[in-house]
Ligand binder design. Sequence first.
Ligand SMILES: *Cc1c(COP(=O)(O)O)cnc(C)c1O
Length: 387
Amino acid sequence: MVDQYCGGRPATRRIHLSPPDVGPAEEALVVAAMRSGWVAPAGPDLDAFERELAERVGCGHAVGVSSGTAALHLALLAVGAGPGTAVVVPTLTFVATANAVTYTGAEPVFVDCDPATGNLDVDLLPDLLDDLRRRGRRIAAVVAVDINGSCADYARLLPVCAAAGVPVVEDSAQALGSTYQGRQAGSFGRVGIFSFNGNKIMTTSSGGMLVSEDAGLIARARRLSTQAREPVAHYEHCDVGYNYRLSNVLAALGRAQLRRLDGMIERRRAMREHYAKVFAPVPGTRILGDGDTGSNCWLTSVVVDPVTAGWRARDLGEHLAAHDIETRPMFKPMHRQPAHLHRCAVVTGAADRLFADGISLPSGSTLPGVDADRVLGLVEEFLGRHR
Ligand SMILES: *Cc1c(COP(=O)(O)O)cnc(C)c1O
């Protein structure tokens, strides 16, 4: 048995981009859940986790599911996505956003991002919605993704969607605990979703949650998440449902993580501030979403203009990889993914440039300390060599 799952590593150990941050607090609640006998996708920890997360986000209702992708699938079904409908999806996102749309039978239509923030470019939205309408398409939803933990531009996005009568689904998989104009991420759309994958800001190893002010919507999603079983003694099913419910044992892990969320956000923020300081004097570089004080700083990505800087983002990635430090290019846009190439897309080139010039750096909440010093030292060494 180890006392700590992540901290206290020798300095030579591989450093990951966004590792899980779990320890004794999580172990205690998981063991208690197992001993309670509720080792099933139902139980008191699951009920409590839903209540506690809904309260944290400031939404009336929540349902815990087995992944962020499952949450997105149910959220999209809840707003009516299905065959014959279109769903607007930012092209700069993780593939789950687009995949969940295709699971419903709806057609994803990709839209480019604001180069400054990486979030959906709201300027492109009115014409795209008009155009889809003119061509007789029913638009089931606009999905807004809060990239790297920075909320989309809801002050501008929500009125555009409201005017067009299109519901917003908030893919807040990366943004739990972030705020925008004082409101919590996940609370902006008709329905919001979170991911508790192992690499997210908090984890249940795998898991997800839907949140909404609409009790009926959450009740329908909950029913679909348990094979749409009718409330009778025998197994009775009037609809085709899914086996998407979150395990009670994993919900216990989630409860422990939620209690530690603010501390984990603080440490990710500290990492971003360190990077911001290191890159501030370097011409041709910027931190994506810099200046967003509400971000949970899930990932810190630096964007490098190779002409001004004299080096490429990938050169820095290679330098760190040589020292066993993980980095990742920014998300490859959906309109470039072989699985989604045949879809319609409105592109300005902004997401393509972020993919070419952006690199995500180790950002985890277990880093501050020896590992952070090692990463920052190597970044400075690289920058020194390229001055
Ligand atoms: C991680 C992520 C998801 C999917 O969540 P899983 O829990 O991995 O299924 C969806 N959307 C975005 C933007 C994500 O980053």
